[in-house]
Design a protein around this ligand. Structure first.
Ligand SMILES: [Zn+2]
Length: 113
């Protein structure tokens, strides 16, 4: 199981990924996942928390795989600080800030130009 997770981490380039589902049709592949729960530092008061507040689903376009449009269905987790009650999203290194495309897709475009 641990081996499989490592393999998926490497394949997708997402650290701490927990794969939920892969849906495929004639034109696209959708990969559903969330990230492992881990300690997060509250951006407001610096307290360490791993208390989950809620989840939002985010669709992210990935570079095509096997000649098909590829999307991530990412269950983005929000933590809540048990000291100051601040709610904040978990850290996700695969999504560049303010972009809806992943780093892998961005580098693909850069390499082409
Ligand atoms: Zn706090």
């Amino acid at each position: 199981m641990l081996y499989e997770n490592n393999y998926i981490e490497k394949l997708l380039g997402i650290k701490g990924v927990i794969l939920k589902n892969i849906e495929e049709n004639d034109t696209s592949i959708t990969i559903s996942f969330k990230l492992k729960v881990k300690d997060h530092i509250c951006p407001c008061c610096g307290n360490i928390t791993r208390k989950i507040h809620d989840y939002r689903t985010q669709i992210i376009k990935e570079a095509p795989m096997f000649g098909k449009h590829t999307y991530y269905k990412y269950r983005k987790r929000r933590y809540v600080c048990n000291h100051c009650n601040k709610k904040f999203y978990e850290k996700a290194s695969f999504v560049p800030r303010y972009h809806r495309m992943t780093s892998r897709l961005v580098s693909l475009y850069i390499n082409r130009s």
